[in-house]
Write a protein that binds this ligand. Structure first.
Ligand SMILES: C[S@@+](CC[C@H](N)C(=O)[O-])C[C@H]1O[C@@H](n2cnc3c(N)ncnc32)[C@H](O)[C@@H]1O
Length: 275
């Protein structure tokens, strides 16, 4: 974990600059593998379609959509998708990928998440979708939940899946499980590092500001915003070797080896907005 601090006034600009710098690296990376996606590969994790259900004919808003691959994976399943992100270079890639795969109905909108309701001019969606690596860039989860609740149509729902916040506390330098930092911290975490998209790549901007939002904070924020949490699943596996100490089981999922303490590595939740 990086150094802790009060939230810097320029956090949004720092993070936008960082994400703009990551985009050209990610667009060429094996992690995002755009040629494979264009050729038909799916980027959703295998549990997501099961937990979300049938999206055919539904409107879906993907907050923090990045290069739009997850967004467009839902479009391929029949949803009418809108992606929102604060990085114009990311949206440029998303628009070009949508054109390459012939999803003409996809719309991509430039905005800070906290401005989404205004920028989308009161439009609401059957499903608001948020995935992997999103909440950590937002300082205020109560405000985020209010935004989500305002964007879901009555009768619709929000689906969120993220690495478990405990994962952020694990010292990933070795194979022994050690923890550092505080699960309940509200401090901003200042980072200066490369990108998971290509750890070898030189980024033009490496600073970012993140926050750790524990699961109770997220659930309570959605409840306070009027959403009804239908499930919160904590999984003892993740779909890639996030630490050297994990082992791949027959089901293709990565877990701590037998005999080691088992902790959640991933979570997913669904919250409904009642009519
Ligand atoms: C790790 S990526 C999310 C990956 C995503 N799950 C996907 O489908 O590839 C995080 C994204 O959040 C965006 N982002 C970070 N802070 C944001 C904010 N305040 N408003 C809008 N987008 C933001 C970044 O530009 C980046 O595209």
């Amino acid at each position: 974990m990086g150094s802790k601090s009060v939230t810097p006034a320029n956090w949004l600009e720092v993070n936008r600059t960082n994400w703009d710098a990551r985009v050209p690296v990610h667009a060429k990376s094996k992690v995002y593998d755009i040629p494979a996606f264009v050729a038909g590969a799916d980027t959703l994790r295998d549990y997501e379609p099961d937990e979300v259900g049938d999206v055919r004919g539904k409107t879906l808003l993907h907050l923090q959509c990045h290069l739009g691959l997850d967004t467009l994976s839902w479009a391929r399943r029949g949803a009418t998708v809108t992606g929102l992100d604060f990085s114009q270079p990311a949206l440029d890639v998303a628009v070009s990928v949508a054109a390459r795969i012939g999803v003409e109905s996809a719309r991509f909108v430039l905005a800070d998440v906290y401005d989404a309701v205004t920028v989308l001019a009161g439009k609401t969606f059957d499903l608001v979708y948020v995935s992997i690596g999103s909440l950590q860039f937002l300082p205020d989860i109560g405000r985020w939940a209010q935004v989500v609740a305002a964007l879901v149509v009555p009768g619709g729902f929000c689906y969120l899946t993220e690495p478990h916040p405990l994962v952020k506390l694990i010292d990933d330098a070795g194979t022994t499980l050690t923890l550092s930092g505080g699960y309940f911290t509200q401090d901003a975490i200042m980072l200066d590092e490369g990108t998971y998209g290509d750890p070898e790549a030189e980024l033009e901007a490496t600073a970012s500001v993140e926050w750790l939002h524990h699961t109770a904070e997220v659930v309570s924020a959605l409840g306070a915003a009027g959403m009804c949490v239908e499930f919160l699943h904590e999984h003892d596996w993740i779909w890639y070797p996030i630490f050297p100490g994990l082992t791949r089981r027959n089901d293709g999922r990565w877990r701590f080896p037998e005999g080691q303490p088992s902790i959640p590595l991933l979570y997913s939740l669904r919250a409904a907005k009642h009519r």
